[in-house]
Design a protein around this ligand. Structure first.
Ligand code: HPA
Length: 246
């Protein structure tokens, strides 16, 4: 089996417990990756880690070079990618500090480099995306959550918005009408690009705020940081359990 790669999002610019990781900065045909890829060991297994917003969380969601990131991880041997996702909760049961392994996506992003089927000589691929996340990796992730003692929703629909601003209340009503349970800004095109390169991809989502109009008043950085802090330890436990299953 190839390597497991973890793409860290908000709150996960680093990954604890990697020991003394090797630092990799591969060139890609698509330009620079978000930050150096760390190659270390978790639960004794080799693992890759890449913070999608860069080391200092400087890259906004629409500026992340998703194509370079996914391409580089595969070039380093990754055959499975887990995307960490701090998200807003829309529907009942997905309140702050809850966890989910989403099974569906609705894409509301625009203007992002979202496919490898682009540019001279690139083959035109119409990849199947009926199940946007890899069912096998989702199952492994759900088992890892169980072993880590983390309560997790075994399905959810993730709505990917453009950001970097949060949504209006009416936009969230629309997402809910569309069937979304969660909202985040980076799930696409990451998942689709992984599918185009035939890499298993799944996401571990943890809710850091009620989506716009679903909580009391405005969404604040303080509440998000507080909820993130409460989720971080559980995310690390799940990653340990997932790595040890490899
Ligand atoms: N909306 C979009 N992305 C997010 C949110 C949100 O409410 N919370 C965390 N990421």
């Amino acid at each position: 089996m190839g390597l497991l790669a973890v793409i860290g999002g908000s709150g996960f610019a680093q990954l604890a417990g990697l020991g003394e990781p090797e630092t990799l900065t591969p060139d890609t045909p698509y330009g620079p990756i978000s930050a150096a890829i760390l190659c270390g060991r978790l639960a004794g297994q080799r693992i890759l880690f890449l913070p999608r917003h860069g080391e200092g969380h400087g890259l906004p969601p629409h500026r992340i070079n998703y194509r370079a990131n996914i391409w580089a991880l595969r070039a380093q041997g990754a055959d499975r990618i887990l995307g960490l996702a701090a998200v807003g909760g829309i529907t009942a049961g997905f309140g702050p500090r809850s966890f989910a392994v989403p099974d569906q996506i609705v894409d509301y992003t625009y203007g992002r480099e979202h496919t490898y089927s682009d540019g001279p000589g690139a083959p035109l691929l119409h990849v199947d995306f009926t199940q946007p996340y890899c069912p096998k990796l989702r199952l492994s992730l759900l088992h890892a959550c169980a072993r880590a003692g983390v309560v997790v929703a075994d399905r959810a629909t993730y709505g990917a918005t453009q950001g970097p601003r949060f949504e209006s209340a009416a936009e969230i009503v629309r997402l809910q009408r569309d069937g979304c349970d969660l909202v985040g800004m980076t799930g696409m095109p990451e998942a689709a690009l992984a599918r185009e390169l035939d890499i298993s991809y799944a996401s571990l989502a943890f809710v850091v705020n009620w989506a716009a109009g679903k909580g009391d008043g405005a969404i604040t950085a303080e509440e998000i940081d507080e909820h993130l802090g409460h989720c971080a330890g559980r995310v690390e436990q799940v990653l340990l359990a997932l790595a040890s299953d490899a």
